[in-house]
Design a protein around this ligand. Structure first.
Ligand SMILES: Nc1ncnc2c1ncn2[C@@H]1O[C@H](COP(=O)(O)OP(=O)(O)OP(=O)(O)O)[C@@H](O)[C@H]1O
Ligand SMILES: [Mg+2]
Length: 239
């Protein structure tokens, strides 16, 4: 069996010395899986994704990318090695055009920029129509497309998405989940997704983890977690 695309082993860490937000997390994303992390506010979901992307401190434990230890690598190095990250907030350059946002996303692979930009416009035709428009003037859903496309520019093998549907109208939320599935299928990328829209996210996920107070409370396939009465009661807002 091939190594997981991303694997997190016994991870302990956080932001400041003496305060461990993550208290021993094990998690894996197999090639081309969509894996969702759910859990209450402040559970450490964003911190976990940031630790995988070199933005939060790993005190002990390891982060492996396709079997290679990348613990403690900086974000630019991780992008080069195949991780894409779409943060929870401020994930586009609002004053720059759609095209310039994409080009910045490709900066680590300058030889690919022209080809990848056109590819992203094929995947997201709506962005092609708006390529000269400033990203900050787009609708919420379109801005999220720019953020995805920017992260996909260097052709990552793993995509980390922190609450991509936050603040979007319900109709657009469905569209974002469809895009995530399409990106997984077409770009052959493994996706680690953090979501508040937990039911809808688990419904498109191969597997999921419930994070609570920096620890894994539950894990299973998307279907198992959706069917688990305890998970439903505690983390999915009841039946
Ligand atoms: N930059 C930071 N410096 C210090 N502490 C932080 C920092 N960012 C987050 N924290 C703390 O880490 C804990 C976990 O935060 P985190 O953002 O990972 O939670 P979350 O599960 O993503 O929550 P939410 O659902 O609200 O996005 C919180 O107690 C938070 O206050
Ligand atoms: Mg968060």
């Amino acid at each position: 069996m091939s190594a997981p695309a991303l694997s997190i082993e016994q991870l302990v860490g956080g932001y400041v010395v003496g305060v461990d937000i993550l208290r021993g997390i094990d998690l894996r994303v197999n090639p081309c899986e969509i894996v969702t992390i759910i859990g209450p506010n402040g559970a450490g979901k964003s911190t976990l994704v940031k630790a995988a992307f070199g933005l939060a401190k790993v005190r002990t434990g390891r982060v492996l990318l396709d079997g290679d230890d990348v613990t403690g690598c900086r974000p630019n190095e991780l992008v080069r090695r195949g991780i894409g990250y779409v943060p929870q907030r401020q994930n586009v350059f609002p004053t720059l055009s759609v095209r310039d946002n994409l080009m910045i996303g490709g900066i680590t692979r300058t030889e690919l920029i022209a080809e990848r930009t056109e590819r992203m416009f094929e995947v997201f035709p709506r962005l092609k129509e708006r390529e000269k428009q400033a990203a900050g003037t787009l609708s919420g859903g379109e801005r999220q497309m720019v953020a995805f496309a920017r992260a996909l520019m260097p052709r990552p093998s793993v995509l980390l998405l922190d609450e991509p549907s936050a603040g979007l109208a319900p109709r657009i939320v469905g569209e974002v989940f469809e895009i995530i599935q399409r990106v997984r299928d077409e770009a052959n990328v493994s996706v680690l997704l953090v979501e508040q829209n937990a039911r809808r996210a688990l419904a498109i996920s191969d597997r999921g983890y419930v994070l609570d107070q920096g620890m894994t409370a539950y894990e299973g396939t998307g279907t198992e977690l959706l069917a688990d009465p305890k998970v439903g009661e505690l983390y999915l807002g009841g039946a």
